[in-house]
Design a protein around this ligand. Structure first.
Ligand code: UD1
Length: 417
């Protein structure tokens, strides 16, 4: 199994470009299945999660043509109504494919989706939403079977804000009969970006990016070309990289407006940042202040940026309190940081007290999930001595050729095959 070998302590300098947003790309591939015409998705990150969702779309009958950071998808017809069990087990976002198949074919069956082990991750909101739109849901032979001769518009209130839940219902409602209203919808920037593109293809979606989204069903949608927005989680991760290891790093092709809550807190930590329209210049921090953070749905502090932020404050002088109420397993990786020398006390699964500063020591560790994985890689870059990070499939799921991009900044990191 491949792993990363890192020698910590190098000062990093230079420029790094942010890739297209993973979480936007996954949903765009699913939305492409709504149309029988060709969709071209540009600024596509070359990462494992995208490989998996494209394999799933292909398995359902879509024609896929990959280029450099671009893909053409055309689902003239859908040939299967059962989502691949093997692939769905690797990717939670696979559930997003269910809606377009159900809308076009009147039925779909799928296993319980896999993905990051960061908590229970139920799918009740999806099932309830599909039911509201008229689908019958059955659990049969380890699969959910959903069927509806014709999906109907419905009023769906989300008792809990869910990003993929909102996107799944928004996409599915495009081809439903009548009007769908989503209330207490998620507002992450990937949602209005997708809605805007769907509208250019003939969908009628209003209010995406606000808590109430209205979708007027249409008979069909056209093909087109879309460019994915920059990955805001990768952007924030690189800000922390620069704060911990710079030098001076210019982060190109990003949208600082998408990480406002994060930037406010990183500046409280004392990190110097210069902001331009699509760029951030970040200097290594001599002294880091402790900061208390609570993660929140957008536009709050993204839970996906909590793990690298937690690493940052292991280097702060004093105690920081981190509260991550969104997933119950998001702080469990702090055990691994402790094994490298950090002093983090978990008060409960959602709350940690981080006492700093602590000198981290390199050792052999394994990525438990995507965001914890990149955090451990960053920990290796500041640790004394050598760090080996195993299970790097988890990192490759979301970060394109990360070792090559870090090497260009001066990092001592090798992928050992
Ligand atoms: C998405 C992102 C992920 C990010 C998360 C929160 C993708 C592919 N992934 O995940 O990177 O960490 O948003 O910003 O876009 N929930 C239920 N029932 C459901 C669905 C969700 O209770 O049916 C709960 C979850 O357990 C969690 C909360 O809702 O506590 C939010 O999860 P959700 O927004 O759905 O996360 P994802 O869309 O899976």
């Amino acid at each position: 199994m491949p792993y990363f070998e890192i020698t910590g302590g190098k000062k990093l300098n230079g420029e790094i470009e942010v890739k297209g947003a993973k979480n936007a790309a996954l949903k765009a591939v699913a939305a492409a299945l709504l149309s029988s015409e060709k969709w071209i998705i540009k600024n596509l990150p070359q990462i494992e999660d995208i490989n998996r969702i494209l394999e799933m779309a292909e398995d359902l009958g879509a024609k896929i043509k990959r280029g450099n950071n671009k893909v053409e998808i055309q689902a003239k017809s859908i040939k299967k109504t059962r989502l691949s069990e093997k692939l769905a087990g690797k990717l939670r976002a696979s559930i997003i494919l269910a809606g377009p198949v159900l809308a076009r074919m009147g039925k779909v069956s799928m296993p319980y989706p896999g993905g990051c082990v960061i908590g229970k991750r139920p799918i009740d909101l999806f099932l309830a939403g599909f039911q509201k739109m008229g689908a019958k849901v059955k659990w049969q032979d380890d699969h959910f079977s959903l069927s509806a001769r014709k999906l109907k518009g419905a009023k769906i209130f989300f008792p809990k804000i869910s990003v993929t839940g909102t996107e799944a219902m928004m996409i599915t409602a495009v081809l439903a009969e009548g009007e769908t209203i989503l209330e207490n919808a998620a507002m992450e920037p990937e949602i209005p970006a997708l809605a805007e593109f769907l509208n250019r293809c003939g969908a009628k979606i209003f209010g995406a990016g606000t808590p109430t989204i209205r979708i007027k069903g249409v008979k069909g949608i056209r093909g087109g070309q879309m460019k994915l927005i920059p990955d805001r989680i990768e952007t924030g991760t690189f800000v922390i990289l620069a704060a911990l290891c710079g030098g001076k790093i210019k982060i190109r092709n990003c949208n600082p407006d998408h990480i406002r809550a994060f930037l406010v807190n990183i500046q409280k930590a004392g990190v110097r940042i210069e902001e331009k329209k699509n760029e951030l210049v970040v200097w290594g921090a001599e002294k880091i202040n402790p900061v208390n953070v609570t993660t929140h749905e957008y536009p709050g502090f993204a839970t996906d940026l909590q793990p690298p932020f937690t690493l940052l404050v292991t280097q702060a002088r004093g105690t920081s309190q981190i509260h991550d109420p969104i997933f119950e397993g998001r702080l469990l990786f702090t055990d691994i940081l402790n094994s490298m020398g950090a002093n983090i006390v978990l008060n409960d699964p959602h709350r940690a007290a981080i006492h700093g500063p602590t000198r981290l020591r390199g050792r052999k560790i394994a990525s438990p999930d995507l965001r914890a994985g990149i955090t451990l890689l960053l920990a290796g870059l500041i640790a004394k001595g050598k760090t080996v990070v195993e299970n790097i499939y988890q990192i490759d799921r979301g970060y394109e050729k990360i070792e090559e991009r870090l090497q260009k900044l001066g990092a001592d990191i090798k992928r050992i095959m």
